[in-house]
Design a protein around this ligand. Structure first.
Ligand code: 9UX
Length: 69
């Protein structure tokens, strides 16, 4: 089933970065919803997907990510 995960995102310095990361997360297979918050540098992701896949997608577009428990 669907799970909700939160990530801490590093390297975002403008709203364009936020858009890039958000689009990258939404493209990952299994993701139903991804929203990036520039204010606290986090992402909320819902879907049937592993944290490892999400982190890889963020890294592939040039940013860093780690899971927040
Ligand atoms: Mo704007 Mo964010 O060029 O890298 S997208 S700083």
């Amino acid at each position: 089933g669907e799970i909700r995960q939160r990530l801490s995102i590093s390297g975002m310095t403008c709203a364009g970065c936020v858009n890039t990361v958000q689009k990258a997360l939404n493209r990952v297979s299994g993701v139903s919803h991804a929203q990036v918050n520039f204010g606290n540098h986090t992402a909320e992701v819902r879907g049937n997907v592993s944290a490892v896949e999400l982190i890889k997608a963020v890294e592939d577009v040039g940013y860093g990510a780690s899971r927040i428990e």
